[in-house]
Design a protein around this ligand. Structure first.
Ligand code: HMG
Ligand code: MG
Length: 284
């Protein structure tokens, strides 16, 4: 049983560009976001309000947000690792934020310079400030599955207002459930453990393609999880949409426009697209 519709949360402008060696100019980021939105993507992570010392690639978060905040028909969440980031995001016009925890102490330390426990205290501050402003918060919990997905699998908890005001607590349970499955090379046992603590409609999956296993893992996840999340730099969105089209799953995404967004940023970065679908279709 696979769902009839899948919502893709595009993370290229954030997760993709944060990993680029060169710093992409603000105007290119803004063009990319425009192109992604015009392809029909309804949620595009725009940037992160993080320390520019840690992530210099996204030091222009305020300007990017300012340039895109009034785009219609799209949600533009931004990453906020602490209250300082949350306040800066709101001041810049963000209407949705995401927090990101880890299932392993070492990744927590290297990513946000604190323990898992401390990160939940920070996220509690972010979620309660967000609740006062009726700003939705999503939560990532990163875990590595060895062999198959090494770079993090993430489960998102779209939040959390009202009955989900305890979102950070749920995220903590997700982290614990995920940690149990570190070392197991498939996504299914982890998803089952996580679905025991969080309703499936509240979950999303996010894959990196380090071992080339993200499409099969997305396919497995679809059997229990209604939202899939992917991006170039992670799994290529073009490849995810191509697979979903082949399965007859609706995404509301215009493949030609999506390809043109991918081509735009690949050309800017001066390298061929990482998407097999984009490469194959460009030969036709
Ligand atoms: P820290 O150095 O421990 O922070 O960093 P601190 O509180 O000691 O402050 C140090 C300096 O940073 C101070 O400035 C603060 O004002 C400033 P100074 O006095 O030295 O001039 N600062 C900030 N500046 C801007 N925005 C902020 C902010 N907070 C403090 N929000 C911190 C701790 C969390 C800030 C840092 O470690 C950080 O920014 N980390 C972000 C790392 C990141 O963005 N990683 C990538 C996203 S996660 C990911 O990609 C995985 C994901 O895709 C899922 C998956 O694939 O699994 C989500
Ligand atoms: Mg990621």
């Amino acid at each position: 049983d696979i769902p009839r519709y899948v919502k893709i949360v595009e993370v290229g402008p954030r997760d993709g560009l944060q990993n680029e060696k060169t710093i992409v100019p603000m105007s290119v980021k803004v063009n990319l976001i425009h192109k992604l939105v015009s392809s029909g993507l309804s949620v595009v992570e725009a940037t992160s309000f993080v320390s520019p010392k840690w992530v210099p690639q996204l030091a222009d978060a305020k300007d990017v947000m300012d340039a895109v905040k009034n785009l219609d028909g799209v949600r533009l969440p931004v990453l906020t690792p602490n209250l300082k980031g949350f306040e800066a995001a709101v001041a810049a016009g963000a209407k949705e934020v995401a927090v990101f925890a880890s299932a392993s102490e070492s990744f927590s330390k290297s990513n946000i310079n604190c323990s898992i426990e401390e990160s939940f205290a920070r996220y509690r501050a972010v979620t309660s400030a967000a609740k006062k402003l009726s700003i939705p918060v999503r939560g990532f919990t990163s875990a590595s599955l060895s062999h198959s997905v090494i770079c993090p699998l993430v489960l998102l908890l779209p939040q959390f207002l009202g009955e989900y005001s305890q979102g950070y607590g749920k995220q903590k349970k997700v982290a614990e459930a995920s940690a149990l499955y570190l070392g197991i090379g498939t996504v299914l046992p982890m998803l089952e453990a996580v679905m025991a603590v969080v309703p499936v409609e509240k979950l999303a999956v996010h894959f990196h393609d380090t071992y080339g296993q993200s499409l099969p893992n997305i396919l497995l996840s679809l059997q229990g999880c209604p939202y899939a999340k992917g991006a170039s730099g992670n799994v290529a969105t073009e490849d995810v949409v191509y697979m979903l089209n082949g399965l007859g799953v609706k995404t509301n995404i215009d493949m030609d426009k999506l390809l043109s967004a991918g081509e735009y940023i690949s050309q800017y970065l001066g390298r061929p697209s990482g998407s097999k679908t984009a490469v194959a279709l460009s030969r036709i």
